[in-house]
Design a protein around this ligand. Structure first.
Ligand code: AHR
Length: 661
């Protein structure tokens, strides 16, 4: 009998072993009682960069491309199918654009001459089409002037590629002078590639401008607001901060093309349209129709930060155009307006309603300050020209706003001569926080998990501001958001977390991309005109961010951090608010492994939660067809005794959460 039992137990053990592939066991120890350091609420954030149609055509829910006819080609995005010379209906009508130079910020408008109101139409193609959803209402607004009163009606319809009408409304342009009209259309079908068709009743001339269309269903139902599905993805991450609006977009290819926040606030109509610097940057993905309407401007960025509970982190030009492009420099004696922009931005965000810029904010509907604590000087600058300019900014900002934390930059690479020079100088200057960028191979991320172990704890703090594993290599269109990249980033992030004493902010880059209009890949969130999904990298970021904790504690193997022994990586925190211990373990090997974790220093409840993110193949990816192929699964975890036993699947990220008693 006894013999039989032993045989059964042994057999069972053998079966389990073969099931787990003779899983190797790693013994770990967690010391819950000792806090190594407090973890900053800003530890995990997001970096919103206007690249890949992230603003216009993406987060900003405007559906009409070139609504104010201000693109370099003023009729780009607008099609007149019956108005080309070879058409039978050549005489039906024509749209041209006129320029009123006194209207400095929005000089162009569209003049439509209708000769045959049964034959003429003008279409807007949207941002690679317009995504419309069955039964959803859409808000139309436009400005029109009907000088002779001959145009009786403006008819606006959604159509599909077969010209089938999918919703319709009309406007009666009663006034001779410019007037804004509004109407509503409801979509009768869901269609990803709808267009907006405009026809007329009556013949003669009508002038049109600011032809705009938004879904009514926006984030927080704000009129003419942001795409709800995309903001929801950001909100769900509980990001500690949001860096905006770039990226190289801040610098511009030339100084004239830099991002100027003052031109992005106030009345939307008066925000001067500007070419986006990513427009034709890459031969591999030209997007000549990429412009910035600035409908998503600095007020909206601050509001977004507030909505998603993230600290705002605006980045400003420091008087240097992108050093990959022209590298144009503002002479030192002309730097003052740039510095003033930074001081005024702080007033815009935090100043009382009685200050000039605080009043602008209040007039836009937000009398309460935005509580700005961080400001970035330059994006990815390098060399003595940067340091020289940074000094001027830092002096001016700190003398007026001593508690403002300034983010400086160390250039585009995580090492090398420029990096070393920048760091040396910034350290001597007692810089608050230095931004580091790395777009490297998945292996680099796994190999560099100890990067911050030796950073001086008394020196500037670190902002890992732009990083993403590149499956091929940086700036290659063939990079994929694959599982190997994502779990390698997770391994690296355990190193960021272990070094929370010096690493205070971190963010993946870039944040989002339009399925058809991207320039840069990989990206954390992908969207088209109807849907969006988080990549595997998104779920890694979300796991860390939503399990940030308040205190760093140690998780060790033989007294040393777990930094790749047995291909395992780990970090641990506790959360003072939820009274939880949270362990993050990453298994980067192709075999399942076991971990036996001795939890010392606090009594724990036996019931916990185990979250696992895994996928069988390193090349697996999420997609529109399978948006949650790689997404976390959560199950109850039972703690038996003082040691937690965990099975860590091959290629996996595991988060174990246990309540302290
Ligand atoms: O994220 C893409 C680009 O990479 C950013 O604009 C720039 O800061 C970096 O070079």
């Amino acid at each position: 009998m006894k013999h039989n039992l032993i045989t059964k137990i042994t057999l069972c053990g053998l079966l389990l072993n073969s099931f787990y592939g003779n899983a190797q066991k790693t013994n770990l120890e967690v010391n819950i009682a000792n806090t190594v350091t407090k973890i900053k609420p800003t530890m995990y954030g997001v970096f919103f960069e206007d690249i890949n149609f992230a603003a216009d055509g993406g987060l900003y829910a405007e559906m009409v491309k070139n609504r104010s006819f201000e693109f370099d080609n003023p009729l780009m995005g607008w099609i007149q199918p019956n108005s080309n010379r070879h058409s039978l209906n050549a005489e039906s009508g024509i749209a041209t654009t006129l320029n009123v130079s006194e209207r400095k910020t929005n000089p162009n408008f569209c003049r439509v001459t209708i000769n045959n109101d049964k034959g003429y139409e003008i279409l807007n193609e949207g941002f690679r089409g317009m995504g419309i959803k069955k039964d959803n209402p859409y808000n139309l607004s436009l400005k029109a002037a009907n000088p002779d009163g001959t145009i009786k009606k403006i008819i606006v319809q959604f159509i599909d590629k077969n010209k089938k009408v999918l919703g319709e409304t009309s406007i009666v342009p009663t006034a001779k002078d410019w007037q804004t009209y509004t109407a509503q259309l409801t979509a009768t079908e869901t269609e990803a590639k709808a267009q907006l068709k405009i026809t007329f009743e009556g013949t003669g001339i009508i002038d049109l401008d600011m032809i705009s269309l938004f879904p009514q269903d926006t984030w927080k139902n704000r009129k003419n607001g942001l795409r709800k599905d995309i903001v929801q993805l950001l909100y769900d991450m509980k990001p500690g901060f949001i860096r905006f609006p770039g990226g190289c977009i801040v610098e511009g290819r030339t100084l004239a093309g830099r991002y100027q926040w003052k031109k992005t606030v106030g009345d939307i109509e008066n925000r001067e349209t500007q070419i986006n610097r990513w427009n034709v940057e890459f031969a591999h993905k030209q997007t000549p129709d990429y412009f910035q309407s600035f409908g998503l401007g600095f007020f909206e960025y601050f509001q977004l930060a507030e909505d998603i509970g993230a600290a705002p982190l605006p980045i400003l030009s420091c008087g240097m155009a992108c050093q990959y492009n022209t590298g144009e420099l503002v002479p030192m004696e002309d730097l003052n307006p740039y510095v003033q922009d930074a001081l005024d931005l702080i007033e815009f965000a935090n100043g009382g309603v009685d200050t000039p810029w605080g009043k602008v904010r209040a007039d836009m509907g937000h009398p309460k300050p935005f509580n700005l604590k961080f400001i970035g000087v330059g994006n990815e600058q390098w060399g003595p020209d940067y340091i020289e300019r940074y000094k001027v900014f830092a002096k001016a900002i700190k003398s007026k706003y001593p508690t403002m934390t300034i983010v400086s930059g160390s250039g585009p690479s995580p090492d090398g001569a420029f990096f070393d020079y920048g760091w040396k100088e910034l350290k001597e200057l007692n810089a608050d926080i230095v931004d580091e960028h790395y777009y490297k191979s998945p292996k680099w991320f796994r190999d560099n998990v100890t990067r911050y172990d030796k950073y001086d704890r008394k020196g500037p703090k670190i902002f890992a501001g732009e990083y993403a594993a590149q499956s091929v290599s940086a700036a290659t269109p063939n990079n994929r958001n694959n599982w190997e990249c994502a779990f390698s980033e997770a391994a690296f992030m355990t190193g960021l977390e272990r070094n929370a004493e010096v690493v205070n902010l971190t963010s993946y880059a870039p944040l989002m991309a339009h399925e058809e209009a991207w320039q840069w890949t990989p990206d954390m969130i992908w969207f088209n005109n109807l849907e969006s999904f988080g990549s595997a990298n998104y779920y890694v970021q979300k796991l860390f961010s939503t399990n940030r904790g308040t205190d760093l504690i140690t998780i060790t193997k033989d007294g040393k951090p777990l930094i790749g022994q047995n291909d395992l990586f780990a970090s641990a925190v506790k959360d003072d608010n939820t009274k939880e211990v949270i362990l993050k373990l990453v298994n980067t090997s192709d075999k399942a492994q076991e971990a036996s974790i001795d939890l010392k220093g606090s009594k724990l409840q036996t019931k916990g939660t185990l979250i696992t993110l895994t996928s069988a193949n390193v090349n697996d990816e999420n997609s529109f067809a399978e948006p949650k192929k790689i997404s976390p699964t959560e199950k109850e975890y039972k703690l038996n005794g003082a040691k937690a036993q965990l099975n860590l699947p091959a290629y996996s990220v595991s988060v174990l959460k246990l309540k302290m008693k």
